[in-house]
Write a protein that binds this ligand. Structure first.
Ligand code: ZN
Length: 139
């Protein structure tokens, strides 16, 4: 059993439907075939997949796990990546050799990007304010 199929055996039908719709196409053709073969063993036809996605999960989960807003899975990948789009203060840190790292969170089931530190609207807004403030001082 390949690693991807091994991963799929842990998924609920609902998670599997989201995986099939959003992440399946990111795999090579041979892997996609394995995925399709596995979906058949779980009786997940394309119709059934669309039906599951349209049905929208009612989140009746009582745990406090962080979940994907699209498929409600808690199978998230968190990795520390280097921040590129940093604020001025963090940019100063990088001059001293301290590289700014931040956590990127991606759903392992449907590939939804939950948080990307390099695409954080708040930081972009803050750096705009910073630009305005420093510009004012120069004038
Ligand atoms: Zn997801």
């Amino acid at each position: 059993m390949s690693r991807v199929v091994d991963f799929l055996t842990d998924l609920s039908d609902f998670e599997l439907a989201y995986f099939a719709k959003f992440k399946r196409q990111t795999y090579m053709t041979a892997r996609q075939q394995e995925i399709n073969d596995y979906l058949i063993t779980r009786n997940l036809t394309e119709d059934k997949i669309n039906e599951l996605i349209l049905s929208k999960p009612v989140s009746n989960l009582t745990d406090n796990n962080q979940r994907c807003p699209r498929c409600f899975s808690d199978k998230l990948i968190k990795e520390n990546i280097e921040k590129i789009n940093t604020s001025k203060i963090e940019a100063l840190d990088s001059l001293t050799g301290k590289k700014p790292y931040a956590e990127k969170i991606v759903c392992n089931v449907c590939d939804y990007i939950i948080f990307d530190p390099n695409n954080d609207k708040r930081i972009i807004r803050l750096s705009k304010i910073w630009q305005l403030l420093t510009k004012k001082k120069l004038d």
